[in-house]
Design a protein around this ligand. Structure first.
Ligand SMILES: [Cu+2]
Length: 471
């Protein structure tokens, strides 16, 4: 008897719970789409649309696309602004602010003409807004806190709604305490696909996108410094650093588009090896065909977006990187005196009396740094690292690889490993005799005669490297 009564009581308790849960979720679901959270920093497969007009979805490098809910013909998204922990590279995590579990936030993909409703829930410790960079929309939806709308207070949810009027490449970011919120990683990508065949927008086989961002995180620490204006030490793509940035894996003869947005405080000349590309679009829309010419480097200025397109018709592992050499370095590439050609012998001992732990860096260049067994603080990425099939790649930061493969299947975005060089197609060591250098005959008779070389004096200035990584 006792057990029967207990069972009945449990049954009623269960029923009551079920009813309550159903009522809550029905109300919640009718009003607000459940936020989707991403816990991994990996490149997620393209999100093929199940509702609405079809399109060829993009691949977000080390990112993902936010699923939506179709509600009476409106595409509904739910962004949650919140503190996140972003793995910037294996072994290095940073405390950031972002959206739905990651920095940057998820990519939003819609189709020209779509009505879009975005719920933005603020779980940050301060107010925020979202500005939809590059969009045509009603002024009150533009997201500049104080100017177009009140700030979204902590704990509140605001709704943005507009029609995606023109196709193209866009981004989103806060327009509230921008210096802090963007330095902390709040940003995301937005792609509006054309609804019909567009004369200036080609169909492509692969469509990649990522944001350029930069952080200042002291070696050994985890939180970006928000006051930094120019001297950032981590240059990232989608808050990832080489060797943590995934490669762009394509099939031989694929037509490839790469969309890039810059939310750092300096320009980035993005350079692709082995192919020539056209700049086919900006955040202002597709570029007229008459303005397109072939390049191998496209400068992406601050607050700009560029989309580049090319035919991937050369097999191999092709470097793809920012051409500013300091941007393909991780922390510690800064505040180090140049010591190339300086003979340190004897000097080091003297210096170590003044500066204990003084270490010689770069006597023959900095290449040794790639492999040097140097003690670095926990949660710090070496300055230049990453190994390839032939040794250290000696890169960091804004660097990745375009992998063009004959046997990559259509729709397969997986990494096929290192390229096997066909025999006879790789640089090799010359082992024959080296002839004496021939002197150029016209020496001293040209337009710039060489001055008689005076006795050269070399001034060596020694200074103690500053910061916590002083050697
Ligand atoms: Cu750069």
């Amino acid at each position: 008897m006792a057990s029967k009564a207990l069972n009945r009581r449990l049954f009623f308790a269960g029923a009551a719970t079920a009813v309550t849960a159903a009522a809550v979720s029905r109300v919640a679901m009718a009003a607000l789409p459940e936020p989707v959270i991403q816990t991994k920093p990996d490149t997620m497969p393209p999100l093929v649309p199940k509702t609405g007009r079809p399109y060829n979805p993009v691949i977000t490098l080390n990112g993902w696309t936010l699923p939506w809910r179709m509600n009476a013909g409106v595409k509904e998204f739910h962004l949650v602004a919140e503190p996140v922990v972003r793995e910037m590279a294996p072994g290095f995590k940073a405390n950031m602010w972002g959206y739905n579990g990651q920095s940057p936030g998820p990519t939003i993909e819609v189709v020209e003409g779509d009505r879009v409703r975005i719920f933005v829930t603020n779980k940050l410790p301060e107010h925020t807004t979202i500005h939809w960079h590059g969009q045509r929309l009603p002024n009150g939806m533009d997201g500049v806190g104080g100017l177009n709308q009140p700030q979204i207070p902590v704990g509140k949810t605001y709704v943005y709604e507009f029609e995606a009027r023109r196709p193209g490449t866009f981004m989103y970011h806060p327009h509230a305490d921008e210096m802090t919120q963007m330095a902390m990683g709040m940003m995301g990508f937005w792609v509006t696909h054309p609804k019909t065949k567009h004369p200036l927008i080609d169909e492509v086989n692969r469509d990649f996108c990522f944001l350029l961002n930069a952080y200042d995180i002291d070696p050994g620490s985890k939180t970006p410094k928000i006051m930094t204006m120019t001297d950032f030490n981590l240059w990232s793509w989608n808050s990832r650093l080489f060797p943590g940035i995934d490669s762009l894996n394509v099939r031989l003869n694929d037509k490839v588009r790469i969309r890039i947005g810059n939310l750092t405080m300096t320009n980035h000349p993005i350079h692709l090896h082995g192919h020539e590309f056209l700049v086919t679009g900006t955040d202002g829309g597709p570029t007229p065909k008459s303005t397109r010419w072939h390049e191998v480097t496209a400068d992406v200025a601050v607050g700009q977006m560029r989309q580049i397109e090319f035919l991937a018709d050369e097999e191999g592992d092709w470097a793809f990187h920012c051409h500013k050499s300091h941007h393909t370095m991780n922390a510690m590439g800064h505040d180090v005196p140049t010591m190339i050609g300086v003979d340190h012998r004897g000097l080091v001992k003297k210096l170590q009396k003044l500066v204990p732990d003084y270490m010689v860096m770069g006597e023959r260049g900095m290449a040794d740094m790639g492999e040097m067994e140097m003690q670095i603080p926990d949660n710090t990425l070496p300055m230049m690292t990453g190994s390839g099939p032939y040794g250290g790649v000696e890169m960091g930061g804004m660097f990745s690889v375009l992998k063009v493969r004959r046997d990559q299947k259509p729709g397969d975005y997986s990494n096929s490993g290192w390229y096997q060089q066909p025999p006879g197609t790789q640089a090799f060591e010359w082992t024959g005799a080296l002839p004496d250098p021939a002197r150029f005959k016209a020496e001293g008779q040209g337009s710039m005669p060489l001055a008689a070389s005076p006795t050269r004096t070399t001034q060596v200035q020694v200074r103690k490297p500053s910061g916590p990584m002083a050697h």
